[in-house]
Design a protein around this ligand. Structure first.
Ligand code: MG
Length: 383
């Protein structure tokens, strides 16, 4: 196989001419595919630029070398594209989904998402996946003809990875699969697993860089220890940054190769003719059972040793407090909000409040880490 240029797409790949289309009809793009156009709209969006100052584990100001949501999204796109080329899937679609998948994330990573969900408990909750869809469907204001980016169904389907049944019922065609237990395109399935490969591995890298994890501790995980040994055998005496990178790159490669081979086997067995067959089959993009077990051990290790490290907990506690205090201040006194976010009308007071709460959630979710810290200070500190 040559890797210089993509092979023809498999018959079950997503393509522009088999797309389920956009919410608002548009003339076909002249010099690009529909999914290239989606990707370009995402890259030019405001929400995409904000990803540079939003984080997952480490807050933005803790160090310049840690991953941000922007670099994370680029890493996801890179891994997903490599796999897509091997599987003869649509690279442009996996790239669009990967670059958009975190657009709805709050400031301060999961701490921010959990707290905002808690604040919104009486107003329909907050799910970051749903918020990513909300960003591309409604919140971006770039085009004369519509709100949002008016992306293709397949890109939107890939962005909405999870969804509660309750929310799915309100989403029309894009929510159907959660109620009918059907799968999204292979491109969407692939972007989802590429996300996991990217964050597990870069969290190890960032965890070691920060000193919150040690090499000795990481070596308790057999998957890490094996690849560390391989790196040391290839380069005796290797140490410092190089040994971390040589280990992590081997882990990423092992996951990617396993994912490609296992998915090829599953696709061959299910023999889908087209994307509709893919949607009604079991998930076809997967690791082998052995690799899935290794990935689970790794995730559990990171949860216990990095995401719940006391220094991370301190940052998480501060982040949650900032989000909760801003939410309460804005709900208690909406005239503290920028005018665009103030809701003055509704069929009744309950509906007005409901709408107001959603506007507050949109405002807070759109903030970068540093903007949230500054806005909190502007609300609570007389300077
Ligand atoms: Mg992600």
């Amino acid at each position: 196989m040559t890797f210089e240029a993509p092979l023809p797409l498999a018959p079950y790949a997503a393509t522009s001419d088999r797309s389920r289309g956009r919410r608002f009809a548009e003339a076909p793009p002249g010099s690009r595919s529909e999914f290239q156009r989606d990707r370009d709209r995402i890259v030019h969006s405001t929400a995409f630029r904000r990803l540079e100052y939003k984080t997952q584990v480490f807050v933005n100001h803790e160090g310049d070398l840690f991953r941000t949501r922007l670099t994370h999204s680029i890493e996801v796109a890179q891994i997903a594209r490599s796999c897509a080329r091997n599987l003869q899937l649509n690279e442009d679609l996996v790239e669009a989904i990967s670059l958009a998948h975190d657009l709805g994330h709050t400031p301060f990573g999961h701490a921010g998402q959990d707290e905002l969900n808690h604040c919104m408990r009486e107003f329909g909750g907050f799910e970051h996946n749903l918020q990513s869809l909300r960003v591309v469907d409604h919140l971006e204001q770039h085009y004369g003809a519509f709100d949002g980016l008016n992306l293709s169904f397949e890109t939107r389907e890939g962005i909405l990875k999870h969804c509660s049944a309750n929310n799915a019922r309100q989403l029309g065609d894009i929510g159907e699969r959660f109620l009918q237990n059907r799968q999204p395109s292979l491109e969407a399935q692939l972007a989802n697993l590429a996300d996991e490969i990217a964050y597990n591995n870069h969290d190890i890298d960032d965890g070691l860089r920060s000193g919150l994890l040690s090499m000795a501790q990481m070596s308790e995980v057999d998957f890490f220890a094996r690849h560390l040994r391989q790196a040391e055998e290839a380069y005796p005496g290797i140490s410092g940054r190089r040994v971390i990178h040589e280990t992590v790159r081997r882990m990423i490669n092992a996951l990617v190769v396993d994912l490609i081979h296992t998915s090829q086997e599953r696709i061959a067995e299910a023999a889908p003719h087209d994307i509709e067959d893919v949607r009604s089959a079991a998930p076809l993009i997967a690791y082998s059972d052995a690799m899935a077990a290794e990935a689970t051990v790794l995730k559990k290790f990171l949860r216990e040793n990095l995401y719940r490290h006391f220094q991370v907990n301190r940052m998480t506690a501060k982040a949650r407090r900032i989000i909760a205090e801003m939410f309460d201040a804005f709900i208690g006194q909406p005239n503290l909000l920028p005018p665009d976010y103030q809701v003055r009308t509704g069929a009744d007071e309950a509906q007005r409040q409901h709408r107001q709460a959603r506007q507050v959630a949109d405002y807070i979710a759109g903030m970068t880490d540093r903007y949230a810290i500054r806005e909190h200070r502007r609300l609570f500190v007389m300077e």
